[in-house]
Design a protein around this ligand. Structure first.
Ligand code: ASP
Ligand code: MG
Length: 406
């Protein structure tokens, strides 16, 4: 007998019919002799609807009260799913985050889970019940309701799986797994049966929106066996996120290609080349709470240097404003940039032991006449910044060169 944590996303519980469908799926696992703990999201569209209600009253909703409002979406689904389970003869009991409790820090709208109390859960499991927990929410030390950030139900599920030492944490969503790249861009994209945790982390942080990045980090930290699969399709094993490379994986150099459209490049040119300049530029950006991703500093000429970095696109104007305001510290000749750029990343554990991947990427882009503006690398990833108009061309060409369609 295994203990399985299953998480169903908003689309999977998006209607009464789908909730009943999920109930039948859970019943099947239960009948096979498994213990099942379920985590659900709000019905699709619900969290956005609640957010819009709040914003109709306060343009910047009070964080404590916003979490009170947003957490209700999941509360509806847990109750409905338990009713659906009971209707087909499966004993089930629902819990909100604070009833468990799932303790978090006090940071509203992006709280981090600190602990899960498993006392009630263990008792219910012993009594043969299916437990249905509201995802995306917890409670802080003051007893205030917190939420975990958009997509946070994935993290709730992984946290429960970690605490209960579940045999597997299954994330049911509207896609049937992790793909070599976005199938909407490259129709030949293939579902991966397995991907290593490290690769998934790179793909998730690079804009493949299958899993909330935090849930992947959490799973890595607590060694939770994680699987992504579709709630709309039967008989599909989905994608298993593994910790070990197996023999098959060794042959694969590149596992996937991710892209991130949320990028803008900032150029700070002709700054005096002396100690502290990176700190002056990036320090003021950090103080404005803007995240910096890729960074390039050129070798200086005439005692000046050029500095470029990327920021999220919606922070672009603000970044320029911040730098212009700091001109007396920075002394740049020009401050400008471009917010029509994208980052394309090639990810694969096999890059560790295969040289030449980077040059193959550069050759592929050169053959397509695509100019590379910035490059960054890690042990298992090469990212390039290019003009957004080449996003599809670049992704397709790289997908083909690394034979991801095979
Ligand atoms: N309902 C929340 C959201 O829409 C959390 C989740 O679905 O994971 O972001
Ligand atoms: Mg989601």
């Amino acid at each position: 007998m295994a203990l399985i944590v299953q998480k169903y996303g908003g689309t999977s519980v998006g209607s009464i019919e789908r909730i009943q469908n999920v109930a039948r799926r859970i019943a099947k696992f239960k009948q096979q002799g498994n213990d099942v703990v379920v985590v659900v999201s709000a019905m699709s569209g619900e969290t956005n609807r609640l957010l819009a209600l709040a914003e109709a009253i306060q343009t910047q909703p009070n964080p404590r009260e916003l979490d009170v409002v947003l957490s209700t979406g999941e509360q509806v689904t847990i109750g409905l799913l338990c009713m659906a389970l009971q209707e087909i003869g499966v004993p089930a009991k629902s819990y909100t985050g604070w009833q468990i409790p799932i303790s978090t820090d006090k940071v509203h709208a992006k709280a981090r889970i600190e602990d899960v109390n498993d006392a009630k859960l263990k008792q219910d499991l012993k009594e043969g019940k299916v437990i249905v927990v509201a995802g995306f929410q917890g409670v802080d030390e003051n007893g205030d309701i917190t939420t975990l950030g958009r997509g946070g139900s994935d993290t709730s599920a992984v946290a429960l799986a970690a605490k209960l030492k579940a045999d597997e944490c299954q994330i049911y969503t509207d896609v049937d797994g992790v793909y070599t790249t976005d199938p909407r861009v490259v129709p030949e994209a293939k579902r991966l049966n397995k991907i290593t945790f490290e690769e998934m982390l790179e793909l998730a942080s690079l804009g493949s929106k299958v899993l909330q990045i935090r849930s992947v980090e959490f799973a890595g930290k607590y060694h939770v066996r994680l699987r992504v699969l579709s709630s709309l399709k039967d008989e599909c094993e989905g994608t298993l996120i593994t910790f070990e490379e197996d023999e098959n994986m060794e042959h694969v150099v590149v596992s996937g290609i991710a892209f991130d459209k949320n990028q803008a490049r900032v150029n700070v040119k002709g700054v005096p080349d002396r100690p502290g300049i990176a700190y002056n530029i990036l320090g003021s950006i950090a103080d404005a709470n803007i995240e910096v991703d890729m960074i390039i500093q050129n070798v200086g000429e005439n005692d000046t240097t050029d500095f470029s970095f990327t920021v999220p696109r919606n922070d672009y104007q603000n970044a320029l404003k911040v730098l212009n305001a700091e001109q007396d510290k920075i002394h740049a000749k020009t401050i400008d940039g471009d917010d029509t750029v994208v980052k394309v990343s090639v990810v694969g554990l096999g890059m560790r032991s295969h040289s030449g991947v980077a040059s193959q990427i550069f050759k592929t882009l050169a053959d397509e006449n695509i100019n590379i503006q910035m490059i960054s690398t890690s042990e298992i990833k090469v990212s390039v910044l290019i003009d957004e108009k080449y996003l599809e061309l670049a992704t397709r060409a790289l997908h083909e060169v690394f034979q991801l369609d095979k």
